[in-house]
Design a protein around this ligand. Structure first.
Ligand SMILES: Cc1cc2nc3c(=O)[nH]c(=O)nc-3n(C[C@H](O)[C@H](O)[C@H](O)COP(=O)(O)O)c2cc1C
Length: 202
């Protein structure tokens, strides 16, 4: 696939089949994405990939934890409060998503249920958590963003659907219960991925 086609075709997908991606494809995906530029070639991203049954167990833990109303404790802080044109775009994004799901603006329980789907990984059989050293800041976050875009575009070129999720950076303690993550590494986000379930219309 041409790069420009991958850029055009990549989109956030929020519905996956349970079909597992084979190991050879996973290895090629992460090897290719690794070819990303970074400050002083430090490559300061960490990628924790969870597949199949372990992925679903992790999703169940996250979903249960968030459903109970536990407070988030992100390693790198919360999203800013968006204002002006950025707030406008955020509102349009949420409105488009909820109307595609047939959820009315004032239907708070349905909106909460939709939000919680983040923690079911939208049904994906794979997730990758992306981290970097907790002491690092915005300079390194630029590198991480470039690496994440590489991952998303390589996935697209392989016919793999993806959903980057800042929401998956909000409960790192639950993620740590399932994965061996060094104390000095913080989690920035997660990407749910797999094959798209085209029956799910959002
Ligand atoms: C860093 C980042 C965090 C995101 N977090 C979430 C999230 O928590 N949940 C979600 O459903 N979508 C999330 N998205 C997807 C965005 O909503 C999506 O990229 C945006 O609306 C543009 O749509 P597109 O990706 O289909 O082009 C995130 C995207 C990025 C890049």
């Amino acid at each position: 696939m041409k790069l420009v086609d991958a850029i055009q075709q990549r989109r956030t997908v929020r519905g996956f089949t349970d079909q597992i991606i084979d190991d050879d494809t996973l290895n090629r995906l992460f090897t290719q994405a690794q070819q990303a530029p970074s400050n002083c070639n430090t490559q300061s991203w960490k990628a924790y990939v969870v597949n199949g049954e372990r992925c679903r167990q992790l999703a169940d833990s996250l979903y249960l934890h968030v459903s109970k109303g536990n407070a988030p404790s992100p390693d790198f802080g919360f999203m800013p409060t968006y204002e002006g044109i950025y707030r406008d775009r955020q509102v349009v994004c949420a409105h488009t998503l909820y109307s595609n799901m047939n959820i009315a603006r004032d239907d708070k329980p349905a909106r909460m249920a939709a939000l919680l789907q983040n923690y079911q990984l939208f049904g994906a059989p794979h997730v990758v958590f992306i981290g970097m050293p907790k002491s690092y800041g915005i300079v390194n976050a630029v590198d991480i963003g470039i690496y994440v875009q590489n991952l998303l575009l390589v996935m697209t070129s392989m016919g793999i659907a993806s959903c980057p999720q800042g929401a998956l950076g909000y409960y790192p303690l639950v993620v740590r219960e399932h994965l061996d993550i060094d104390d000095e590494i913080g989690i920035l986000l997660g990407i749910s991925f797999g094959y798209e379930d085209t029956e799910i219309l959002f």
